[in-house]
Design a protein around this ligand. Structure first.
Ligand SMILES: Nc1ncnc2c1ncn2[C@@H]1O[C@H](COP(=O)(O)OP(=O)(O)O)[C@@H](O)[C@H]1O
Ligand SMILES: Cc1cn([C@H]2C[C@H](O)[C@@H](COP(=O)(O)O)O2)c(=O)[nH]c1=O
Length: 241
């Protein structure tokens, strides 16, 4: 039975790596598929992972009709068993509906990968429709981590060093440290997302006299590990989920 699967999570949790692995495994077993992406950081018509692997892909433009494309290929004699669809958060809701139709009417497996929500915590339209229509939603096993050591659940946008919560929904970019771009992203746990506390802000607060009387030994710089105190609160992070 063909399925529409949505692998969803934050940025940097291994979605594209998983997409490439699934493409490899299915192809290795003789299945025939097509690989799609949209606005990959590496450029047009390529599916890339931060692990360094990449694969040619068909770029999804807003006017692409998945149903028409696959039917045309099938009519031309090409067998298609599965579709790999990366950066699916950027697909239109109508395109997601076309993917669901391919599963139901043409028995093609669709493996979609994408971030769930944007930097404002709002669902992307493509992700929303996938959540509504998918047979299964899976969270990749590798957890992206907040600077405090907790599991990262939110994507923060950082512009010129400051976290922002307003702006265009789509701005292609990488996570902090991955580039010198003006706009970058950092994954955070909910607590630190709500407090607008990126690693940079936490570092600044940890060394500011205003946070005294916290002892700096109890209030180490970000990145010191899960058992260290949280600079925002002085609380121990140990034992937290
Ligand atoms: N130098 C590295 N060595 C090992 N793993 C890495 C390295 N750089 C990135 N990764 C892994 O790659 C993951 C990001 O993979 P990627 O597929 O690009 O994520 P996503 O598509 O979800 O944004 C990171 O969570 C990390 O586990
Ligand atoms: C949160 C957020 C992200 N984006 C962009 C930034 C990247 O180009 C992609 C996510 O890619 P990844 O492989 O999952 O890291 O999405 C955006 O445009 N708007 C946002 O709010």
């Amino acid at each position: 039975m063909a399925e529409l699967l949505f692998f969803s999570g934050t940025m940097d949790c291994g979605k594209s790596t998983l997409a490439l692995q699934m493409e490899h495994n299915h192809r290795a077993r003789g299945r025939r598929g097509l690989v799609f992406t949209k606005h990959d950081r590496a450029g047009e018509s390529v599916l890339s992972s931060r692990l360094g692997l990449s694969h040619p892909a068909l770029e999804v433009h807003d006017d692409l009709d998945f149903w028409d494309l696959v039917v045309e290929q099938a009519t031309g004699g090409r067998v298609i068993d599965y579709l790999i669809c990366d950066e699916a958060q950027f697909y239109t809701p109508v395109q997601v509906e076309q993917l669901a139709k391919l599963v139901d009417e043409m028995h093609i497996d669709v493996y979609a990968f994408g971030i769930t929500a944007d930097f404002r915590t709002e669902l992307f339209p493509g992700s929303r429709r996938l959540i509504e229509l998918a047979d299964r939603i899976q969270v990749p096993q590798v957890e992206a981590l907040c600077w405090c050591g907790r599991r990262a659940t939110h994507n923060a946008r950082v512009v010129d060093g400051d976290m922002v919560v307003e702006g265009e929904q789509v701005v292609v970019g990488d996570i902090s440290g991955g580039s010198s771009a003006t706009v970058e992203y950092e994954v955070l746990c909910r607590r630190h997302y709500m407090r607008r506390m990126t690693s940079h802000a936490a570092r600044a607060q940890a060394v500011s006299p205003e946070v005294l009387p916290f002892d700096l030994d109890l209030c180490p710089l970000p990145g010191a590990g899960r058992d260290a105190a949280d600079p925002a609160t002085g609380e121990s992070r140990s034992g937290l989920a």
